[in-house]
Design a protein around this ligand. Structure first.
Ligand SMILES: Cc1ncc(COP(=O)(O)O)c(C=O)c1O
Length: 421
């Protein structure tokens, strides 16, 4: 079969099952209003939670970096791409997250894949929450480690998996015997969880997971993509808010969401970071981020740590509260307005609010139609469908940012009540 014929059939199948995706044309900078397909609409789809993507502080930092360094990094960071702004950003990230060291990757996706593959391999076990992000799943698959998955937030099942893995070779026993090997493949066990789940907006029970990982001598890696800059007194993330930062072995964050830029990073011990620089293939074999992006990210981190950052977070949570109250959601961040097969493990979730509010519709075509109706009314809210979420668990994913106004939130509620949900 010719490739184009194959592609046409595959696209027809996707269309017929309501799963066809198309790139929408967006114009202008990120903000609470954007121009989509030539029309200005209120934007409830962005992860730019603090409204930093078009902030003058970041724009100026990026412009200065372009003037000094130009636009391209030239090569991988290990070849000739490790420009001064990288070292500066990594120092700031380590201070911000209260860790010894940090390393920046080209994206959050690359950070997950590169880190997981650097830490575990054949003969090891990686344990994932069922709803972990695709970049975690892809990293786990590429690593060659044995993958075990627990139902979303199910601590009993997690414990069973840890017990089974520890009955093989125990990393704790190895460590005691001074036998911690340098290469993957010796029975290590790594748990990886998001802290705020990207499509459901609920929070992982980190304290309990940390207890379990200690009990069974496993390592714990957390993905704070949707938490960095938002949770805790200092905005470090959910681990800060829940007081478990010291118990986390590997902390991953992104520069692409609340920090308004692009890129990913990992924080932890100096040894961890040095190992990643030597082993993480997505860092070693990929051209460094543009210096302007890195400089803008530095400005974002500084802002998040400042009084202005505190105030912006407060404004964000105020807006989140307004939308949640208007939708009649209870104090739990994640309680959806309709029952869902993927939302049955709420009991363990800490009651922290979330900027991500999923409105579950189930049927894929219905979600697409609802998103279309909202667009007609002037609101951009994407329909999230399989394979991003399970089949039959399609939803509208509303995200609130500090840039939204109370009026925009009220207008959204009114528009939602006029759709055929
Ligand atoms: C939980 C999670 N981890 C990692 C990523 C990847 O981050 P990036 O968009 O910076 O590649 C995302 C982004 O969608 C995410 O939601």
């Amino acid at each position: 079969m010719q490739l184009d014929a194959f592609a046409a059939i595959a696209l027809d199948d996707l269309r017929a099952s309501g799963l066809l995706r198309q790139l929408r044309s967006i114009d202008g900078p990120q903000g609470s209003c954007i121009v989509v397909d030539g029309r200005e609409v209120a934007n409830f789809s962005s992860n730019d939670y603090l409204g930093l993507a078009n902030d003058p502080l970041l724009r100026e930092a990026a412009t200065r970096a372009i003037e000094r360094y130009g636009v391209g990094a030239g090569a991988s960071r290990l070849v000739c791409g490790n420009l001064a702004p990288y070292a500066e950003l990594e120092k700031q990230l380590a201070v911000f997250k209260g860790k010894e060291a940090a390393v920046v990757f080209g994206s959050g996706y690359a950070a997950n894949v590169g880190t997981i593959c650097a830490l575990v391999g054949k003969g090891d076990t990686i344990i994932l929450d069922k709803l972990d992000h695709a970049s975690i799943v892809d990293g786990a698959r590429q690593s060659g480690a044995t993958i075990r998955v627990y139902p979303h937030g199910d601590l009993n099942k997690l414990e069973k998996l840890l017990k089974a893995a520890s009955e093989g070779i125990s990393p704790a026993a190895n460590r005691k015997a001074g036998k911690m090997p340098a290469l993957p493949g010796n029975g290590r066990v790594l748990i990886v969880t998001e802290t705020v789940f990207s499509m459901d907006g609920d929070i992982a029970p980190l304290r309990e997971i940390a207890e379990l990982k200690d009990r069974y001598g496993a390592w714990l890696m957390i993905d704070e993509a949707h938490a960095t800059g938002l949770y805790g007194q200092q905005g470090r993330g959910v681990a800060e808010a829940l007081g478990v930062e010291d118990r986390i072995d590997v902390t991953l964050g992104t520069l692409s969401k609340a920090l308004g830029c692009a890129g990913g990073f990992v924080c932890g011990s100096r040894a961890l970071v040095d190992l990643l620089v030597n082993r993480a293939r997505s860092l070693i074999y990929s051209t460094a981020l543009p210096p302007a992006t890195v400089a803008a990210a530095s400005a974002a981190v500084q802002f998040v740590m400042s009084d202005g950052g505190h105030a912006r977070r407060a404004q964000l949570w105020q807006r989140v509260g307004e939308l949640r109250n208007a939708l009649n959601l209870q104090s739990r961040s994640d309680t959806p307005p309709a029952p869902s097969p993927v939302m049955n493990r709420r009991d363990a979730c800490p009651a922290l609010p979330s900027t991500i509010i999923p409105l579950l519709l189930g049927d894929e075509a219905r979600a697409v139609e609802c998103s279309r109706q909202l667009f007609e009314r002037g609101f951009f809210v994407p329909a999230i469908r399989f394979p991003t979420v399970a089949r039959g668990a399609a939803r509208l994913r509303l995200t609130v940012t500090a840039a939204h106004t109370s009026e925009q939130i009220r207008a959204l509620i009114e528009a939602l009540s006029g759709t055929n949900r």
